[in-house]
Design a protein around this ligand. Structure first.
Ligand code: ADP
Ligand code: MG
Length: 398
């Protein structure tokens, strides 16, 4: 795919540039509790401000459903954004309309200003052309820097790209380049690790990946459904027995596509869902007791999976291999993550991972910084793993 970046923007001195960012940060007691998304916005905002543009930041916050409310005001995010930027940030009380236009006209060149929550307008989520035109009146160019909102065709994520010259911001550019390397035009062989709780939440991911990758490593709770489909008695394990037919179909399609599916052959078992339980044991998948649960992939399988990764050049990972929140069921995830990180550091593997719990698990393993790219985009990352076209990205295509 091809798209324009800030390098194509030319001289922006005195121009008002509308920049879609993701400022939808978690908050508690009026404080931002995780500023990852704010830090991701810094390169684009400072670059444009330093080039002398009036930088108009567009973002949504919460789910105000088209109504103004203090609880969903972006004003609350200003101190934390200003802190990560290391410079003051102005605030404009609306993202469209005559008052906003006057406020923009009064801004000095090089100022960063946050415009109030786009979702205070009903037209935002409807991608209403009238709202798109009203926002577009504020600026001369549009930059989309929020990959995490790109799976929605909203006024600020898709509509504006159609009516203004549109560019990818630095964070968007980095994400698209990483994703392109991982699944768009990857260096082969490609491995995918798919884990997590349920097959049902990742059916489309699995269906898409079997046609794309050379090795599909299935772990986590969803492996149990595949094991059950192969006739394994998984005892009390989390298992979607109604989906064993679907699992079989996926295995058949993998076979036809030349994709090798790896299921665990040894597993870590427990009778209770608790940390370090007395009933903890490791066994072959064919030896699961009727009263036992599979809570992690076993050590022998993990070692074999590490050997698979050593033969691969590209890895895309979504979903933990076990119930990693409880010791020792984090072991497989941590071990495989460390192998992937080491191979990446050696330069033999391009590794891209994403997903809420996956990012938490890789942080827990202490290796998130060693992966080639970690996506914090959540829903948009999963839709990309499903092979779907993201409207906000498609609208940037040059
Ligand atoms: P992500 O957020 O990265 O997409 P998911 O939400 O799909 O990942 O899955 C994460 C959850 O899966 C974790 O809460 C983890 O405890 C759970 N899980 C993984 N393996 C198992 C298992 N064998 N049994 C039960 N739950 C599991
Ligand atoms: Mg999750």
């Amino acid at each position: 795919m091809t798209f324009k970046t800030l390098d194509d923007l030319g001289d922006v001195t005195g121009q008002a540039v509308l920049v879609r960012e993701d400022l939808n940060v978690p908050m508690a007691d009026g404080q931002v509790t995780d500023d990852t998304r704010l830090r991701a916005a810094v390169p684009t905002l400072t670059e444009l401000a330093d080039k002398g543009a009036k930088v108009l930041v567009l973002a949504h916050f919460g789910r105000p459903k088209g109504e103004r409310s203090e609880a969903n005001s972006l004003k609350q995010v200003l101190p934390a954004l200003s802190h990560v930027l290391g410079r003051p940030v102005a605030f404009i009380d609306d993202c469209a309309g005559a008052e906003a236009e006057a406020a923009v006209a009064a801004l000095d060149n090089g100022t960063i200003a946050v415009l109030e929550n786009t979702r205070f307008h009903k037209g935002e989520e409807k991608n209403d052309p009238e709202l798109v035109a009203a926002i577009a009146k504020l600026g001369q160019a549009y930059v989309n820097d929020a990959f995490s909102a790109a799976h929605r065709a909203h006024a600020s994520t898709e509509g504006l790209a159609k009516v203004l010259p549109a560019y990818a911001g630095r964070a968007m550019q980095a994400e698209l380049e990483a994703l392109e390397k991982a699944l768009g035009k990857p260096v082969k062989p490609v491995a995918a690790v798919v884990g997590g709780a349920k097959v049902s939440t990742k059916l489309d991911v699995l269906k898409h990946l079997v046609a794309k990758v050379d090795h599909l490593i299935i772990g986590g709770g969803m492996a149990n459904t595949f094991l059950a489909a192969r006739g394994v008695d998984v005892g009390k394990s989390l298992c979607e027995h109604d989906l064993t037919g679907t699992a079989e179909e996926i295995l058949d399609n993998a076979d036809k596509a030349g994709c090798t599916v790896h299921l665990p052959y040894d597993v870590v078992l427990s009778k209770e869902f608790a940390a370090n339980p007395p009933s903890l044991r490791t066994a072959n998948v064919h030896e699961v007791g009727a009263d036992e649960m599979i809570l992690d992939v076993g050590p022998a399988a993990v070692e074999a999976l590490g050997d698979v990764l050593k033969t691969c050049r590209t890895l895309v990972w979504n979903g933990p291999m076990g119930a990693f929140e409880m010791a020792p069921f984090d072991a497989a995830t941590v071990a495989l993550a460390k192998t992937a990180a080491a191979l990446t550091k050696e330069g033999s593997l391009v590794s891209v991972a994403g997903g809420g719990d996956t990012v938490a698990a890789l942080n827990h393993a202490g290796v998130a910084g060693d992966f080639s790219y970690i996506s914090t985009a959540g829903g948009a990352f999963l839709e990309w793993m499903e092979g779907k076209e993201l409207p906000g990205v498609a609208a940037l295509e040059a």
